[in-house]
Design a protein around this ligand. Structure first.
Ligand code: SF4
Length: 266
C-alpha cells in the first residue's frame, strides 16, 4: 500500500502563501504611502501598480498550476511552471509548512504528487534506452547476498523482494535500472547516464530532493512503503512503476515489448 500524495495540501499552502504575499505588499505600499508622495508625487501609484502586477503574476502561476492538474493536459507555461515549482515554490512552501507545524514528509509527498501531475501533463515520450529507473538499495531484501548495486542483473529473481518483478519488467521493456545507495550516488548516475526521463523510486525526502537536483530532467516519482521502518526491506508498488514506464515509452514500443515478453513467457 503506497501513501497517496495529497496534492491539496501543497495547493492550500500555495494559496496561503499568496495571501501572505498580498498582505505584505499591501502593507509595504500603504504604510510608507505618504513618504512616497512627499518623495515624488505619483510614486506611490507606480509602486502600487508594480505590486499589483507581481501579485497577478503569482496568481496566474497558481491558476495555471491548478488548471493543469484538473485538466491533466499541458497548458501554455506548464513547462516553465515545473521549474518555478521545483526551484521556488517547493522551498517556500516547505518553510511555510514548518511555520504551521505541518510534517515535512506530508509537504514532500504533496509536492511529489504535483510534480507527477505536471510531468504527466507534458506527455513526454522517449525510447527505452533514454529512460532510467532509479531505485533505492533498501528495497533489496536485507539478507540477500547478491550485489545488485554493482549491477542490477545480479538479482536472481528469487521472489523475496520487489526487485524480482522489477528486473523482469526492466529487461522486457529494455529500460535501464540502477540501484543507488544514496542521493550522491543517484546524482552521479544521472550525470553519467544522461537519461531523458526518469522513474524515481524513494522515500519522501530522497525523492523530493532528487526531483529538485535532477531538474530539468522530468521525473515521475513513486514512493516506497516502509513496513519494517526506514531503509529496511522497503517495498514498492510495481504497478505504479509499470504505469510510469507506459507513460514515458512510445505506445507502439511499449505494446511491442510487452507482446514479445508475453510470447517468450508462454
Ligand atoms: S529478488 Fe533479487 S534482490 Fe531480491 S532477494 Fe531475491 S535475489 Fe536478492
Amino acid at each position: 500500500m503506497n501513501a497517496k500524495p495529497r496534492k491539496r495540501l501543497f495547493l492550500g499552502l500555495l494559496l496561503a502563501l499568496e495571501g501572505i504575499i498580498a498582505v505584505t505588499l499591501l502593507l509595504l505600499w500603504y504604510v510608507p504611502y505618504r513618504g512616497f508622495e512627499t518623495l515624488k508625487p505619483g510614486l506611490s501609484e507606480v509602486i502600487g501598480w508594480t505590486f499589483l502586477a507581481l501579485l497577478l503574476f503569482f496568481s496566474l502561476g497558481v491558476i495555471v498550476l491548478v488548471a493543469t492538474i484538473i485538466r491533466g493536459r499541458e497548458m501554455p507555461g506548464t513547462k516553465r511552471l515545473r521549474g518555478i515549482l521545483v526551484r521556488y515554490f517547493f522551498p517556500l512552501i516547505t518553510g511555510l509548512g514548518r511555520l504551521f507545524g505541518i510534517p515535512k514528509d506530508d509537504i514532500r509527498r504533496s509536492f511529489i504528487g504535483i510534480n507527477n501531475e505536471l510531468v504527466r501533463s507534458e506527455s513526454l515520450k522517449s525510447p527505452p534506452k533514454s529512460v532510467l529507473i532509479l531505485m533505492p538499495h533498501c528495497v533489496q531484501r536485507d539478507i540477500c547476498p547478491y550485489r545488485i548495486t554493482v549491477d542490477v542483473r545480479n538479482c536472481r529473481q528469487c521472489g523475496q523482494c520487489d526487485f524480482s518483478e522489477l528486473t523482469q519488467v526492466a529487461e522486457r521493456l529494455g529500460v535501464d535500472m540502477t540501484v543507488a545507495t544514496g542521493g550522491t550516488l543517484a546524482r552521479r548516475v544521472v550525470i553519467e547516464t544522461r537519461p531523458e526521463l526518469i522513474v524515481g523510486v524513494a522515500c519522501e525526502r530522497d525523492l523530493s530532493s532528487g526531483i529538485v537536483d535532477t531538474y530539468p530532467i522530468p521525473v515521475l516519482g513513486v514512493l516506497i512503503d516502509r513496513p519494517e521502518g526506514p531503509c529496511l526491506n522497503t517495498q514498492v508498488n510495481v504497478g505504479l512503476i509499470k504505469e510510469a514506464l507506459e507513460h514515458f515509452l512510445p505506445k507502439e514500443v511499449h505494446a511491442e515489448k510487452e507482446r514479445a515478453g508475453q510470447t517468450a513467457a508462454s
